[in-house]
Design a protein around this ligand. Structure first.
Ligand code: PMP
Length: 414
């Protein structure tokens, strides 16, 4: 094995390909696209299959035992996910399709009721489109001002500039926990303090935070936290929004239909209590069951070990890639980032590079990473992004660096 120089045995030992059927079946695959979606451990797949084989029925609606069991499984999963995310009041964790739907829920249900012409909405230049466009559209719909807080050259938020933008007129400060494009870990406590000073809603996009950091939503102090299950070993189509109870109780529902009502009169309807008020229609039950199993898997490993492992791999990858002529690694130092390394190779388009890497079994993402406002500020159209998770190891870093170097030589000789 090469390249283990700055890794102690403990973080490297975390890699557990054997737990992940897709990786176990493809020993030469170097999956470095976990920021887009993670692979799934067998325990998650088993939990979903077990649910369908033993417990499946439409929850909430039946008086019969099987439906009660499905209801219990659904809410039991909510309680386990809430515990994993440090949320004491599990009924304030609403299931959604993922981060995108969660952020749209806040921008629509809370935003349309609380934001008016002349107010200000502040987002950062780092945001994924899911935490940018809903706020931009809310501003357009209400006549509020939409303001972007710019970055320092290393891809961290310019906190002084941001602080001066968050005026008493500011109703929303929306920021990511971790940037999917650069890996930047943002100072959430400082951002929350700035929002609180003017009474603005502090909204955190946790899509890349929940999978890669030891998150306690209650301790973060945010008003709203959005996450996606598929990025944290869970299935696709499930994620959630955690929001302060008094805000959820005061705001209108996001969608209307079955389960979310208390009483439907001919002209007026009253709504159910939390979390039902925000979960209209037959819910995705297998999703929470699978995601709860994913949380159990992460808990058993220990998020502190996951963090150390990813940091070690990321700093090694940054070191190895930076040593290749023509490569520029974007974003902050390894101590300020999670498991993401975004880079460019001079003279080679990221799409061409990712296709060449694919021929070596190295899966990376090329493009704007749903962060076009950030790409404009970086002065690039696209980057190549390698993203790491607990099942990656030094062999993946070696394969990435070797493949990028081969591509460079091939292009140089072309
Ligand atoms: N925010 C960030 C930072 C993300 O990385 C992603 C997924 N790429 C999203 C939001 C959107 O998540 P989803 O597609 O699961 O809704």
């Amino acid at each position: 094995m090469t390249g283990t120089g700055n890794l102690d045995a403990a973080p490297y030992a975390l890699g557990r390909r054997a737990d992940f059927p897709l990786l176990a079946a493809n020993p030469r695959l170097h999956y470095l696209d976990s920021a887009a979606t993670s692979q799934k451990p067998a325990s998650v797949l088993r939990a979903i299959q077990h649910y369908y084989e033993t417990t499946n029925a439409n929850p909430h609606r039946g008086a019969y035992t099987l439906s009660a069991a499905a209801t219990e499984a659904y809410h039991g999963a909510r309680a386990r996910i809430a515990t994993f995310l440090g949320v004491a009041d599990a009924d304030t964790l609403l299931f959604t399709r993922g981060t995108t739907e969660a952020l749209n829920l806040v921008a629509t249900a809370w935003g349309r009721t609380n934001v008016k012409a002349g107010d200000r909405i502040v987002v950062t230049r780092l945001e994924h489109h899911a935490n940018f466009v809903p706020w931009q559209k809310l501003a357009q719909a209400t006549g509020a001002e939409f303001v972007i807080a710019e970055l320092n050259t290393d891809g961290t938020i310019d906190m002084n500039a941001l602080e001066s933008l968050v005026t008493p007129r500011t109703k929303v400060l929306a920021f990511g926990h971790v940037s999917n494009a650069l890996g930047t870990v943002n100072p959430v406590a400082d951002l929350v303090a700035i929002a609180k000073r003017v009474g603005a809603l502090a909204v955190c996009d946790g899509a890349q935070g929940a999978p890669h950091l030891d998150v306690s939503v209650d301790s973060l102090g945010v008003d709203a936290y959005a996450f996606s299950g598929h990025k944290m070993l869970g299935p696709m189509g499930i994620g959630g929004l955690v929001m302060r109870r008094e805000l959820l109780e005061a705001m209108p529902p996001y969608q209307y239909g079955g389960d979310m009502i208390a009483h439907v009169g001919d002209q007026h309807t009253t709504y159910n209590v939390l979390p039902y008020k925000f979960e209209a229609g037959t819910p995705n039950v297998e999703g929470p069951i699978g995601l709860a199993a994913a949380c159990d898997y992460l808990t058993a490993l220990g998020m502190d070990r996951v963090i150390r492992h990813e940091r070690a791999l990321v700093s090694l990858a940054m070191e190895r890639l930076s040593a290749i002529p023509g490569v520029t690694v974007l974003g902050p130092g390894a101590d300020r980032r999670s498991g993401v390394v975004s880079f460019t190779l001079e003279g080679v388009h990221p799409h061409d590079l990712s296709q060449m890497l694919d021929a070596d079994g190295v899966c990376v993402r090329a493009g704007h990473h749903c962060a076009q406002p950030l790409m404009r500020a970086l002065g690039v159209h696209a980057t190549t992004r390698a993203s790491f998770y607990l099942y990656n190891d030094v062999a993946d870093v070696d394969a990435l660096a070797a493949s990028v170097n081969t591509a460079r030589l091939r292009f140089a000789g072309a």
